[in-house]
Design a protein around this ligand. Structure first.
Ligand code: SF4
Length: 223
């Protein structure tokens, strides 16, 4: 387990996407990703050697400041953040929130789900990729699913992923006798892709169990 992580950037902003869009959040972007999506808008984060290891303590210090200013949750993103073991980071985060009795700061993660889980989270955003499918753990335990839409094949993938999630959750209920929380399904058009946008809108219009997610931070020109 590591006490250092390759940090690309950290900043306090608004969550732009998904269920928590519009809320005050602190973002921790970690370097490193082997998934290799051609449309990736954070390619600068792929090579972790470019980013010096930063101590977890130092990252937590910045989160504390953002918390005082109003950030209600922290989003661990990347790159693919679970290329790193985040057990120590999550422990340090939970330690930080021990004194907060009500409405304690939450920790979220955005992942493609290709790596083994490490750490514990209040909210998991799964953004699975067609060319590199996620592990079953994430299908069962994610809170929201976000499929990036570039072309018609991505719509087919979204349908398949939802079927797989429902199947996995059915098995879990039988095996663990647990009722899993309802998940929220989003299609998110790739940025600046008109085909992706119209495909996503048409699909959501005809499939009300899916919602449209937009990268509102990009429209607003904020981080
Ligand atoms: S998984 Fe995410 S960070 Fe990695 S290449 Fe794909 S879009 Fe980029």
């Amino acid at each position: 387990m590591t006490n250092f992580l390759p940090l690309v950037e950290q900043f306090h902003s608004l969550q732009g996407e998904g269920y928590h869009a519009g809320k005050s959040a602190f973002f921790v972007r970690l370097a490193g990703c082997n998934v290799g999506c051609s449309w990736c808008d954070t390619k600068y984060s792929w090579d972790e050697k470019k980013y010096p290891p930063t101590s977890i303590k130092k990252i937590i210090d910045h989160i504390k400041i953002a918390r005082k200013k109003g950030a209600s949750f922290c989003v661990i993103t990347g790159g693919e953040p679970l290329q790193h073991n985040l057990d120590n980071f999550c422990k340090a985060f939970k330690q930080m929130t021990i004194g907060e009795r009500q409405n304690s700061m939450k920790i979220h993660i955005e992942t493609s789900g290709v790596n083994t889980i490490s750490g514990t989270y209040d909210w998991i955003t799964l953004s699975p990729k067609r060319h590199s499918p996620p592990k079953n753990y994430f299908l069962k335990n994610c809170n929201e699913i976000k499929i990036i839409i570039n072309k018609i094949e991505d719509i087919k993938f979204a349908i398949e992923i939802k079927e797989e999630i429902l199947k996995q959750c059915r098995f879990s209920r039988i095996e663990d006798n647990l009722i899993k929380e309802e998940k929220i399904y989003y299609l998110q058009p790739a940025w600046n892709n008109k085909d992706g946008l119209s495909l996503a809108i048409d699909f959501v219009k005809n499939n009300p169990d899916w919602k449209l997610s937009l990268q509102t931070h990009k429209y607003l020109k904020i981080k």
